[in-house]
Ligand binder design. Structure first.
Ligand SMILES: [Zn+2]
Length: 189
C-alpha cells in the first residue's frame, strides 16, 4: 500500500550502511550472509514504525527476506494486540513492559519475539532471566515450545500475576536478589 508509507521519512543511506556494517553484513535473526548464503538482506525496524519505532540507527537491523517476512507475518497475526504493544513499549521498566504485555494477552500463547520486542534488550538475547524474575515476584508464567517446520518456536503464557510492588519491579528484583545472596553467604558483609 504505497499511500501508507507516504508520511514516512526514508532511512538515510549512511544509516543503512552503518547498520549493515554493525551487524557484519549478517541477518540479525539467523546470521546468514549474502556472500555465503546467497540471501538478500533488507533493513528492518526492530520496533516497527507503526508501534512508535524510529529511523534511529539503534532501531535498525538487517534481516534476510525470509526472517523479514516471518516478522511481518507475526505482526499481521497480532494486529489486535498493537495497542497493547504500544502501551507496553512506553513503560519505563523492562519487567513492566513484559508483564503488561502478558497481562493484555493473559491465557494466550505470547510468542517470544513479541516479548523480546517489548523488552527492548535484544542484544542480551533471551527473556528467560526476566521471566524468572517475574516468577520471583509471584507471577506464574508457562513456557511452551512448538515445532513449526524447521524451527522450534517459543511462547509464554501468563497464568497468574501480582500487582507491581511499591517502588517498581526492578527495585524489588534487586532486593530479592540481594536477600538471596545474603542468605547464601551468611552475613559476611
Ligand atoms: Zn535470516
Amino acid at each position: 500500500m504505497p499511500g501508507q508509507r507516504s508520511g514516512r521519512k526514508a532511512i538515510r543511506a549512511s544509516d543503512r550502511a552503518l547498520t549493515f556494517h554493525t551487524y557484519g553484513n549478517r541477518c540479525a535473526a539467523c546470521g546468514r550472509t549474502p556472500k555465503d548464503d546467497q540471501v538478500k538482506l533488507v533493513i528492518d525496524h526492530k520496533v516497527p514504525l507503526d508501534l512508535g519505532g524510529t529511523n534511529d540507527p539503534d532501531n535498525l537491523q538487517p534481516l534476510c527476506e525470509e526472517d523479514n517476512h516471518a516478522k511481518q507475518a507475526l505482526f499481521a497475526d497480532h494486529e489486535e494486540n498493537a495497542a497493547a504493544l504500544r502501551t507496553s513499549l512506553s513503560l519505563p521498566e523492562v519487567h513492566m513492559r513484559i508483564g503488561e504485555l502478558l497481562k493484555s494477552m493473559e491465557g494466550q500463547n505470547v510468542p517470544k519475539e513479541l516479548i523480546m520486542l517489548v523488552a527492548r534488550e535484544e542484544n542480551h538475547g533471551d527473556p528467560t532471566k526476566r521471566m524468572r524474575e517475574l516468577r520471583a515476584l509471584g507471577w506464574s508464567i508457562k513456557n511452551l515450545k512448538r515445532r513449526e517446520g524447521r524451527k522450534v518456536r517459543s511462547f509464554y503464557r501468563l497464568e497468574h500475576w501480582e500487582p507491581w510492588p511499591r517502588g517498581g519491579p526492578q527495585a524489588a528484583v534487586v532486593r530479592l536478589e540481594r536477600e538471596r545472596k545474603g542468605s547464601k553467604r551468611v552475613q559476611d558483609d
